[in-house]
Unconditional design. Structure first.
Length: 249
């Protein structure tokens, strides 16, 4: 029996988020420059996106470039931007073929104009696709997002269009860059690091976390299946007791 056959079809996570980590270490292990790791990482993105689309996953969110990544050496930032642009140009036909809709979260205004334009073009081209939603986090961090949300909510309170006592969870969710996107069911982080690194802090309140030692360039479709199988063996209680959850299911 292959790993894929072990997946329970009616309990596929609706939203998987991934912190793709370990490109640099993978390249170093091969005696190559860091960019080779990022290039190999793109191949993994391609394979995992196709597998997620085929499984019928609703949303796949990939942490492609964090707010903090702007602090990397300029040559690496520039090369990553070029890689992103080239990848989008090359992969748009694959997205169309697989009925994948591209979305982005993050501070797109900080991206170089040509990079931003390429993403906006691909978002428009794939807007009518009805399969997997591929969400790329670009120049994204949770703290940035929460600060922006706080500013916009405060402005509404200031202007008298929002009552302070009416602020609830939905008010916050609706002002995040992820508004309209369901919270992740499963968050995967590769490379053995056990942290969240400023990613979707509000949204992962009840997300199942899965950490693997695999470096992102060597993360395979079978590894994705294994993470999903692990997720399917968990009991999601959302603060309730196990007995309550069993009674309701
Ligand atoms: C983390 O590895 C990875 C990144 C910061 C960039 C990830 C980007 C890609 C895989 C390309 C994305 C392309 C698309 C189209 C989504 P690291 O450099 O932090 O690795 P290290 O921790 O081993 O140094």
């Amino acid at each position: 029996m292959s790993k894929k056959d072990e997946i329970v079809k009616d309990r596929i996570p609706r939203h998987i988020a991934i912190i793709m980590d370990g490109n640099g270490r993978w390249a170093k292990k091969q005696g190559l420059a860091r960019m080779f790791g990022h290039k190999q990482g793109v191949t993994t993105v391609h394979n995992i996106t196709e597998a997620a689309a085929e499984l019928g996953i609703g949303y796949l969110t990939l942490y492609a470039f964090s707010t903090e990544n702007w602090n990397r050496p300029k040559e690496e930032v520039d090369a990553l931007m070029t890689l992103l642009v080239d990848t989008i140009a090359k992969e748009t036909p694959t997205l169309m073929k697989n009925n994948v809709r591209l979305l982005t979260i993050g501070d797109l205004e900080r991206l170089p104009q040509t990079t931003r334009e390429k993403f906006v073009g691909c978002i428009r081209q794939t807007a009518q696709n009805t399969g997997l939603n591929l969400v790329l986090a670009l120049s994204y961090s949770s703290r940035w997002e929460l600060i922006e949300a706080a500013k916009r909510i405060a402005a509404q309170v200031n202007a008298g269009t929002l009552d302070i006592d009416a602020i609830n969870e939905a008010t916050i969710s609706d002002h995040l860059t992820t508004h309209g996107i369901p919270d992740p069911d499963l968050l995967i982080r590769t490379s053995g690091e056990l942290r969240i690194s400023n990613f979707l802090l509000w949204q992962i309140a009840y997300t199942e976390l899965y950490f693997t030692d695999r470096l992102w360039p060597e993360f395979t479709v079978d590894d994705l299946y294994e993470a999903i199988i692990d997720y399917q063996h968990r009991e999601r209680r959302f603060g309730k007791t196990s007995e309550q959850v069993k009674r309701e299911s």
